[in-house]
Design a protein around this ligand. Structure first.
Ligand code: SF4
Ligand code: SF4
Length: 84
């Protein structure tokens, strides 16, 4: 499956990714991160296409990582945005 990991403590809560995602996979979370922002949360496990748009529009380089055809359990934690 495709999924997106949000590094909660790097998200500034600008919501650009939320308004950009064509599949409505991203929402404002209910928690506040260490910077005091309501960080974005990924809810699109059933519909994310791994298009990468959220990654490209995010102004915070480390906040979003897109995984294509992977399961969260296998995540290495070091992989970058997978656009291959
Ligand atoms: S990779 Fe594409 S479909 Fe998936 S959350 Fe980001 S913008 Fe939405
Ligand atoms: S675009 Fe980046 S900084 Fe802005 S809400 Fe989304 S993840 Fe957070």
């Amino acid at each position: 499956m495709n999924y997106v990991k949000i590094a909660a403590d790097q998200c500034k809560g600008c919501r650009v990714c939320i308004s950009t995602c064509p599949r409505h996979c991203l929402v404002v979370g209910s928690q506040f991160n260490s910077l005091g922002y309501q960080n974005t949360v990924f809810v699109g496990e059933d519909r994310c296409t791994a298009c990468g748009l959220c990654f490209y529009v995010c102004p915070e380089p480390g906040a979003i990582t897109v995984f294509r055809d992977e399961s969260p359990e296998k995540e290495s934690g070091t992989k970058g945005e997978s656009e291959s």
